[in-house]
Ligand binder design. Structure first.
Ligand code: FMN
Length: 154
């Protein structure tokens, strides 16, 4: 099974669009993708997936998006060992703390034992076609890594 959970926090929909592009890549690689808004999810749900993509936009000088902030606090103590993961989020280089939330997700995933398979994915404001294609490829890569882990070549 290659079940990928894509959890995001977004104020104006940009990070949600990134989540959707990642999901389309997961599906293209033969996995299943569930997209969850963290405003309506519990961190324990992370445990039921084989791979994870966690996303938050950055607000207020380097902070998590507000729903993700609550979600992240409740992630304390989760055991994410054995899970492949990617951090992502929309952000804006006009701000000094460019994409800080994405970097914080990266650290958090590693701290809880997940293996991040790509550099933090920082998309500038609303994703354009090239960004969506890039996120699609990253989604495919995530699914392929999970599939490879589950059926290693003999
Ligand atoms: C008041 C305000 C503060 C922001 N602070 C940051 C910041 O510190 N770093 C950053 O990279 N982007 C910052 N941004 C940009 C947002 O992250 C960006 O608009 C993003 O596309 C919002 O994504 P969302 O629709 O998924 O919430 C800020 C935007 C606003 C309006």
């Amino acid at each position: 099974m290659c079940r990928i959970g894509i959890f995001y926090g977004s104020n104006t929909g940009n990070t949600r669009e990134v989540a959707e592009a990642i999901a389309s890549g997961v599906i293209a690689a033969g996995g299943t993708a569930e997209i969850k808004n963290v405003a309506k999810a519990f961190p324990e749900e992370l445990l039921k997936y084989d791979g994870l993509a966690l996303g938050s936009s950055t607000w207020g000088d380097g902070k998590f998006q507000r729903d993700f902030d609550f979600f992240h606090e409740m992630m304390d103590g989760l055991d994410l060992r054995g899970k492949k993961a990617i951090p992502f989020g929309s952000c804006d280089p006009l701000y000094e703390q460019f994409g800080k939330a994405v970097d914080m997700i990266d650290s958090r995933l590693k701290e809880l034992g997940a293996e991040t398979i790509a550099s933090p994915v920082k998309i500038i404001r609303t994703p354009g076609e090239a960004d969506k294609k890039n996120c699609y490829e990253i989604g495919k890569q995530l699914a392929n890594e999970v599939i490879k882990q589950e059926s290693p070549a003999i």
